[in-house]
Ligand binder design. Structure first.
Ligand code: TYD
Length: 133
């Protein structure tokens, strides 16, 4: 699917513990906001929306979860389970997050501050939006 990309985060391995670093050149946007999901019940479902302008980069800092992605034509499910592999989601992609493992943490780097008007939270509305854009 276009508009999504798995990006390997450079890692500095060390017997004292690994270090992963995200510098500005690995992402196609300037980070304006950081938030994270934690203490997520395993039967929880998050997301269920798309964005008009927002870019997001999801990193499973701990544990794992599934991301279902839809662009109005195809659908893809990606399991994120490595803290050195993140998922870039560009605008115009419907995403649903589920199957969070116990103790999992999802870090999200975003290109804009929170702005509710950028969300498309209704799936039928999303389908018309992608058809017309
Ligand atoms: P929501 O978009 O439903 O989260 P998710 O996509 O993970 O399922 O957001 C939950 C609530 O938090 C909603 O009331 C909006 C609010 N919120 C903020 O105030 N700021 C933020 O940066 C985010 C992501 C959400």
């Amino acid at each position: 699917m276009k508009n999504i990309e798995l990006i390997e985060i450079p890692k500095i391995s060390d017997p004292r513990g690994n270090l992963a670093v995200i510098e500005k050149d690995i992402l196609p946007f300037k980070i304006q906001r950081v938030y994270y999901l934690f203490d997520v019940p395993s039967d929880s479902y998050r997301g269920g929306h798309a964005h008009k302008e927002l870019y997001q980069f999801l990193i499973p800092l701990a544990g794992s979860f599934d991301v279902v992605l839809k662009d109005g034509i195809t659908e893809e499910k990606i399991m994120l389970n490595k803290p050195t592999k993140g998922l870039l989601i560009k605008p115009g992609v419907w995403r649903e997050l589920a199957n969070f493992s116990s103790g999992s943490v999802c870090l999200v780097l975003a290109s804009e501050v929170y702005f509710e008007a950028d969300y498309i939270r209704d799936y039928q509305e999303f389908l018309s939006y992608v058809k017309n854009n």
